[in-house]
Unconditional design. Structure first.
Length: 166
């Protein structure tokens, strides 16, 4: 299998995993997050499928971090509830972060080995988005596993009096 075929398999597996994780997630924000990332992966799959078929396609720009910010803003009241994640939910976020990390590594190598500029550009775009997915899942794992410390580290200005040290 070539890099595009492997990427298609990876994206297909990710979509399936994220949909299943969303179904099993008790927290509304977690559900919405998994579904949002699954939509990103569908977009990746569409672009990769068009590339494999030799079709002319446009690299679709997206901002997973912006999407997450929107989700958090829409659901801020749910976020403020004490989060009691199950071990299965935490494991799902941990697995998702690991999947995205491996995706980043794969797409970096695929970009460096790409036979065409179009393929290289697509793989580089996917690296960028998968890095954002990783950050979302890693941060969510931290939030759901230790909400109190998450707020302390993420909202440090509250703790340190507003010093812009980061």
């Amino acid at each position: 299998m070539n890099a595009v075929e492997i990427a298609i398999k990876m994206e297909t597996d990710a979509i399936k995993f994220y949909k299943e994780a969303s179904d099993k997630c008790n927290h509304a924000v977690g559900k919405k997050m998994f579904l949002s990332i699954a939509e990103d992966e569908k977009r990746h799959l569409d672009m990769l499928s068009e590339l494999l078929k030799g079709l002319d396609f446009k690299i679709q720009e997206a901002s997973p971090m912006k999407n997450m910010k929107t989700i958090f803003e829409e659901m801020k009241h749910e976020m403020m509830e004490r989060v009691e994640a199950t071990k299965d939910e935490l494991e799902a976020f941990k697995i998702a972060a690991d999947m995205e990390k491996h995706g980043v590594e794969f797409y970096k190598k695929a970009a460096s080995d790409a036979p065409t500029e179009k393929e290289r550009n697509l793989f580089e775009r996917l690296v960028h988005e998968e890095e954002q997915h990783y950050a979302v899942f890693a941060n969510t794992y931290f939030f759901m596993s230790d909400t109190g410390n998450w707020f302390m580290w993420e909202e440090h200005s509250i703790v340190d009096g507003g010093t812009p040290w980061a």
